[in-house]
Design a protein around this ligand. Sequence first.
Ligand SMILES: NC(=O)c1ccc[n+]([C@@H]2O[C@H](COP(=O)([O-])OP(=O)(O)OC[C@H]3O[C@@H](n4cnc5c(N)ncnc54)[C@H](OP(=O)(O)O)[C@@H]3O)[C@@H](O)[C@H]2O)c1
Length: 236
Amino acid sequence: MAVVSLDGARVLVIGGSSGFGEATAARAAAEGAQVTIASRSEDKLHAAASRIGHQCQTAAVDVRDGDAIAALLARLGTVDHIVLSAGELPPPGPLSLEHMHEQANARFWSVIHVARNATFGPNGSLTLVTGAATLRPPKGMAALSAIGAAVNALSRGLAQDLAPVRVNTVIPGAADTPLWDMLPADKKAERMEQIGRGLPVGRVGQADDVALQIIACMVNPFMTGSLVVLDGGGSI
Ligand SMILES: NC(=O)c1ccc[n+]([C@@H]2O[C@H](COP(=O)([O-])OP(=O)(O)OC[C@H]3O[C@@H](n4cnc5c(N)ncnc54)[C@H](OP(=O)(O)O)[C@@H]3O)[C@@H](O)[C@H]2O)c1
């Protein structure tokens, strides 16, 4: 069966103003898709849209707000492919209950709101992004890891419930994106170098490595219910 063409496809990337989402939006736009990127900050959205080009559209949304997700999807109408890569790290240290709820809203409930409100075109797909911590929780990250692990499970259930829409999740290891910008630039570079040295591939992941896999989830017509670990061999 032929690869699903992105030429002319309507693609929504929630979390598309930075990192994995921006790189995915750029790849989809270059393939001829009509791309809308969504996130909270209008400034970040406009800056990313001008980097992406190809008449990339923008939409402000906070994924912690289910009504805002529903309103965005109602406004956009039918969309062929949706990518949900929005997320930010909580403040360092023990997670407060408030932050746990916030993370669950942003990472888990957002998927439910997308699944309940999206209208997909034929050959449509939904691609989620979690992280390697969902499979091997680092010390002190039990709640955050469990929220992501619930998304992994939700993704496989949605592959049944939303079929024929295909639903997949990419599970990246650490990657060099603005997510790490809370570190000073030299410390971030050191950390990325150190992570890369410990991996079989010999370098840390880049946003575009993950984007390539997300695009594969969109265009492979046989791919659904897949949880794809993409960590440069870090989990071996
Ligand atoms: N980079 C890594 O090492 C790594 C590894 C494994 C998993 N992950 C996960 O992968 C996801 C994407 O990471 P990334 O590296 O691409 O991060 P990033 O470069 O910081 O991008 C995050 C994107 O999400 C948006 N966002 C954050 N909170 C949002 C909210 N409440 N509502 C709407 N949009 C929101 C941000 O834009 P605004 O600020 O404008 O909202 C931005 O567009 C995150 O969930 C992250 O935890 C990352």
